[in-house]
Design a protein around this ligand. Structure first.
Ligand SMILES: CC(C)(COP(=O)(O)OP(=O)(O)OC[C@H]1O[C@@H](n2cnc3c(N)ncnc32)[C@H](O)[C@@H]1OP(=O)(O)O)[C@@H](O)C(=O)NCCC(=O)NCCS
Length: 197
């Protein structure tokens, strides 16, 4: 089976670094009690991404990375902060922390394997902010970006025991299939192209 979570182990791939075209921020109606904003990741978000990771339990780190990791690798952080916006996107959900600086409470990201019209996504929400719709909101905005960038499909490799994530993507219309060779994972796929009837 293909390598999963390539963003963890592949060499850094900043190809052409461009600042994203002004990208609409997506405000949340604070009906869920949390006043957050979704915006593209910025180059100075490094410490905030590390902060988000520290707010994930060991179990949730495992569900996200499919490894028991205790620290984000530097090359992962470099990759995530230096995106090629033609092929990649990372959105963060932020709240205003007490110190008046922002705190990142969630992130969605896609990367595009070479020569393919599809992208691979990942998603994490800080433990203290789950079950408020933030993961769904991050995915919806990420899907909109992938469509705008002309990608044909979005896929993810989700651990079979990650029922919460499988439920979330199923609600968003992803198709869930079993890879032939690895029962530990499910492949989830969303077609991004409009089908003409
Ligand atoms: C899986 C994960 C991303 C979900 O994030 P989340 O922000 O809790 O997701 P949501 O809040 O959108 O949806 C989760 C549940 O909350 C419910 N919910 C959504 N909005 C809500 C609201 N306003 N109030 C209460 N509950 C709400 C949803 O219905 C959903 O319930 P369900 O599982 O019964 O369908 C998060 O738990 C996480 O980071 N897990 C660890 C990392 C991981 O597994 N990543 C996926 C691998 S790629």
């Amino acid at each position: 089976m293909q390598k999963r979570y390539p963003e963890i182990s592949s060499p850094t791939h900043f190809i052409s670094m461009t600042i994203p075209t002004p990208c609409a921020e997506s405000a949340n109606e604070p009906s869920n009690g949390i006043d957050y904003l979704i915006r593209p990741i910025q180059i100075n978000d490094r410490e905030r991404i590390i902060g988000l990771f520290k707010h994930l339990s060991p179990e949730n780190r495992y569900l996200r990375f499919a490894h028991a990791i205790t620290k984000l690798p530097d090359d992962f952080l470099d990759d995530i902060l230096h995106l090629d916006y033609k092929k990649e996107m990372a959105l963060v959900a932020v709240i205003q922390a007490q110190t008046e600086s922002e705190e990142i409470i969630g992130i969605s990201r896609y990367v595009t394997p070479p020569n393919r019209g599809l992208c691979e996504f990942s998603l994490s929400v800080s433990d203290a902010y789950t079950a408020h719709g933030i993961g769904t909101h991050l995915m919806l905005d990420l899907i909109a970006h992938a469509k705008e960038n002309g990608l044909q499909a979005m896929v993810g490799y989700v651990l079979s025991k990650n029922l919460k994530m499988l439920h979330l993507v199923s609600d968003l219309g992803f198709r869930i299939t079993n890879p032939d060779d690895d029962p530990e994972f499910k492949i989830v796929t969303l077609d991004l192209e409009e089908k003409s009837s």
